[in-house]
Each structure stands twice: as C-alpha cells, then as structure tokens.
Design a protein around this ligand. Structure first.
Ligand SMILES: [Zn+2]
Length: 218
C-alpha cells in the first residue's frame, strides 16, 4: 500500500457524502483506477449515504415516554402559536371594525352636519317691489327642513332706514316672522331665517320696513 493510498483512503467517507473540495475529489477519482482496495471499499460503502439519510430522522430513536413528552410539548407550542395567531387576528378584526365604523361615520356625518343639498328640493322665489317704481328686489331660497323651512333672503334696494322683517304667510292665512335685521349700509342684505311653515304651505313672502311692505313674492 502506497503512502498515496493511505492518505487518499481517508477521503473516501467525505467523497461518499459529497463533502470533498473539487481538488480532493479529483485526486480521489484519479486514484481509483489504480487501487482495487479503494474501489472495493467504495462499492461496499456506496449505498451508505442513502441509508444514513433515511435513518437520520429517527436517529436517535426516542423512548416512548420521551416521544410522548415531546408530543405534548409540540401540542402546547402549537396551541400557543394558534392562540397568538388568533389574538393577532382578533386585533386585526377589531382594527377592521374600527376602520369600518370610522368610514361609516365619515359617510354618515356630513349630511348630519351640512344642510341637505339645496338643488333638488329647495325652491327660489323671486321677490318684486311691492309698489311700482320701488327699488326693492331679491330672492328667497326656501330650504325644506324637518321642522319647516329655512329661508335665506337676498335683497337689494332696501330703504336707508330699518328695521326690516321677513314675513311668511301660509295658505290658511297664518303668519310668522322668519327674520328681522337693522339698517344696512348699501341697502343690500343676505339673512337666513326660519319658519315652521313647510315650503309647500307658504303662500307669500314679504320684506317689511318701517313704511310697510318693500318687496314680496308674486
Ligand atoms: Zn487506495
């Protein structure tokens, strides 16, 4: 047996397990054709790596009690993991619910805070001078509310001296004052008042000054 053989024989195990550096593997494979002993050893051991791999999961074989304990430990770990996952999921669900509530609040809140859209249901009534040749003109925006009507008056050409009132007459002859205000610098005013009369029941709108009716609905 050569010195080469003894050194190279040490590489056989690593060669079988695929653990040799490429240079060592080349040396080992170059040695094989010249060494029947190494070839025999290799062929006898060739099936060993596969056997080792198959045996690995069950080695060492745990006694039954140990296996049971390991099993229980595994179950506990699994239960803890599941509980943690559930808690995390519950937190996530709470977050989702909170977000949904917030989103719903965002959707619901604006109509509660803002007056309803004035385009579809509100009506604009033209106000004309009560007497021919008078200057007072304007509009009354009638915005229906659960309690009656919000009335926004925009008027120009009001007399120099107030006070003024916005008077509402309903179809049965009832009468309500929706707003009152004082003298304005330029005869222009925008004021929002309120009446319990619904828009459909309003028969007349009048702006009244110290000298009587200034402007009114047709
Ligand atoms: Zn050899």
């Amino acid at each position: 047996m050569s010195q080469d053989h003894r050194e190279i024989r040490h590489l056989l195990g690593a060669y079988l397990l695929g653990g040799l550096e490429p240079a060592d593997r080349d040396v080992f494979e170059a040695h094989l054709p010249d060494c029947p002993s190494c070839r025999d050893e290799l062929s006898r051991s060739a099936s060993l790596p596969g056997l080792l791999r198959r045996a690995a999961p069950t080695v060492p074989q745990p006694p039954d009690e140990l296996a049971a304990a390991a099993d229980a430990r595994q179950h506990r770990l699994l239960a803890q993991l599941t509980a943690r996952r559930l808690r995390r999921r519950r937190r996530t669900l709470l977050g989702v619910v909170a977000a949904a509530v917030l989103a719903a609040a965002l959707v619901v809140t604006p109509p509660l805070l803002r007056p309803p859209a004035t385009t579809a249901t509100a009506a604009v009534i033209e106000l004309r001078p009560a007497t021919s040749g008078a200057a007072g003109t304007g509009t009354a925006l009638l915005d229906p509310r659960p309690w009656g009507t919000s009335v926004t008056l925009t008027a120009t050409g009001l007399p120099a001296t107030g006070p003024f009132t916005l008077e509402i007459t309903d179809r049965s002859g009832g009468h309500e004052r929706a707003a009152s205000w004082g003298t304005t610098a330029d005869g222009h005013v925008q004021v929002t008042g309120a009446t319990s009369v619904t828009p459909q029941s309003i028969s007349r709108i009048q702006v009244v000054g110290p000298d009587g009716v200034i402007t009114q609905s047709p």
